[in-house]
Design a protein around this ligand. Structure first.
Ligand code: FAD
Length: 472
């Protein structure tokens, strides 16, 4: 009798290398992969065309990689992921599978989905195993001296480094090629209709091979300069690996192992560029722990409850101007146009544009969070929610509410030649570079560029008043 197949349910972990669930399954028997497409659920979670297009291409690349190991990938469109227990139960029964493995997801709905699947399959006698693959420490493993989850990044990061034993970063073995099964993989279900078209296919080739190449290029050419260059959007100074990490085409362990190799076995010391980059990967993990420990943020509640009472403004025209890159603040407009045209935005610009919406325009950060999610190819609930709440001063480590970036000062500092602005806001490309950060009115008129929709000082004061009116 052939051994029954072992199922691996892939979600945001679209790779065959260093995959905890896949490696565990391969030790138990021949593997069959499953991917459940849930377009209704994804739409409800604001996933837009760019992320879905990248995901579909990633699933297709995963199917090819799995086929190289003789592992078929079964794909089903189940609409909403409430149907996952039934769909997985039916697949397991049809194949005679007795075990299912997956890697944990931490946002509330996904964690509930996984509980429901575990209960339903175990009721059918199928053993379900979840693995903490996307983090070095499972949520709850790193706690403060009082046994509480960390609420602030720096002590979390210190604890992360202090407790990191080598095996937490050990790569899981890629399964050996298995004997072919009499089960065929299944093609992608038809593409769901999307309100927008994806803009990103050529810029973001999907799959692990592309991700691994990008990682090695980053470490070879940019890693050592990361600290010095990471804040300048006109310079390609960061890894641009976020889409690959968000959908698990690359693991954080692969990134950290590559740093260890380059940096003589060190993560936090040695080369300052590489150490600064590691710090960003720890931020990524921190926000996963936050989401797991404070699930109210998954319902878009403010991490700091007293900020729920903030009197956000209802200003549709200003919101539209922000979305469309027509605020009259060139750096903000360049940022928003980068997002909409490429599906990605530089981190410095995410901070500037998010702070502009939530402070200068005093528009609820949740609207910006959703807009980002609809356009980002790297849309990741934990990082996006964490970043927005940080910028809006409602979250962990929130920028104190009185620290409000002056967009023009940020522009002069981080885009000194206004090159980035010239590229993204072509109507300003003829304006002298020094004036491009804040063109005089006559230049604005001559080039069809709008007058600022708010005046910095007045808008800053309005935000300060709104925050200081909050009772703690
Ligand atoms: P690098 O600088 O090369 O960093 C390496 C990796 O570390 C990134 O790929 C990412 O996985 C992680 N990382 C870096 N910075 C952060 C951070 N602040 N928080 C969490 N993880 C981080 N990141 C996303 O992956 N998805 C999002 O939806 C997202 N939304 C954001 C929204 C706002 C308002 C802000 C301020 C930040 C957001 N970030 C998000 C974090 C960060 O901006 C991006 O991860 C980064 O710009 C991606 O570029 P990179 O891959 O070149 O990053």
């Amino acid at each position: 009798m052939p051994a029954p197949p072992v199922l691996v349910w892939f979600r945001n972990d679209l790779r065959i290398h260093d995959h905890r669930a896949l490696a565990a399954a391969a030790r138990q028997g021949p593997v069959v992969g499953v991917f459940l497409h849930c377009p209704e659920q994804w739409r409800a979670h604001d996933h837009g065309a760019n992320r879905l297009d990248f995901l579909r291409r990633g699933v297709s690349a995963l199917a090819d990689d799995l086929a190289g190991l003789n592992i078929p990938l079964l794909q089903r469109d189940i609409g909403d992921f409430a149907a996952a227990p039934e769909a997985l139960g039916a697949i397991a029964e049809a194949l005679g599978a007795r075990r299912l493995h997956f890697n944990h997801d931490y946002p509330l709905d996904e964690a509930r989905r996984d509980h429901a699947v575990t209960r339903a399959l175990e009721a059918r006698g199928i053993r379900v195993s979840g693995h903490h693959d996307g983090v070095a420490f499972a949520p709850g493993e790193l706690l403060t001296g009082q046994g509480e989850p960390y609420r602030v990044f720096t002590p979390f990061s210190r604890a992360w480094h202090r407790h990191l034993e080598a095996e937490r970063l050990a790569l899981s073995p890629t399964p050996a090629v298995q004997a072919p099964l009499a089960i065929d993989g299944e093609p992608l279900p038809p593409r769901p209709a999307m309100p927008d078209e994806a803009v990103v296919a050529s810029r973001w080739p999907a799959g692990s091979r592309a991700a691994e190449e990008r990682l090695s290029r980053f470490l070879r050419y940019r890693g050592r300069h990361y600290q010095a260059q990471r804040d300048f959007p006109a310079v390609a100074g960061t890894s641009e690996l976020s889409p690959y990490l968000a959908l698990g085409m690359l693991s954080h362990r692969q990134c950290l192992q590559a740093v260890l190799t380059e940096n003589h076995g060190r993560l936090a010391e040695g080369d300052t560029g590489l150490a600064a980059w590691v710090n960003e990967l720890v931020w990524r993990e921190f926000y996963r722990h936050i989401v797991a420990a404070f699930p109210a943020v998954c319902r878009h509640r403010a991490f700091q409850p007293h900020t729920e009472a903030l009197a956000w403004r209802d200003d549709e025209a200003a919101f539209r101007a922000w979305c469309e890159g027509r605020t009259g603040y060139p750096i903000v407009d360049a940022a928003m146009r980068q997002l909409v045209s490429s599906g990605w935005m530089h981190n410095r610009l995410r901070m500037i544009s998010a702070m502009f919406l939530s402070k200068h325009l005093l528009i609820d950060w949740r609207r910006g969070e959703a807009f980002f999610m609809r356009h980002l190819v790297d849309g990741d609930f934990c990082a996006n929610n964490g970043g927005w709440q940080w910028a809006a001063s409602t979250g962990t480590d929130a920028a104190p509410y009185f620290r409000i970036f002056n967009p023009t000062t940020q522009s002069r500092r981080f885009d000194p030649d206004a090159r980035f602005i010239a590229d993204l806001v072509p109507e300003l490309s003829e304006v002298a570079s020094k004036q491009r950060h804040d063109p005089p009115e006559a230049e604005r008129r001559a080039h069809g560029y709008p007058t600022p929709i708010v005046e910095h000082k007045a808008a800053r004061q309005r935000a300060l008043d709104a925050f200081s009116a909050l009772e703690r």
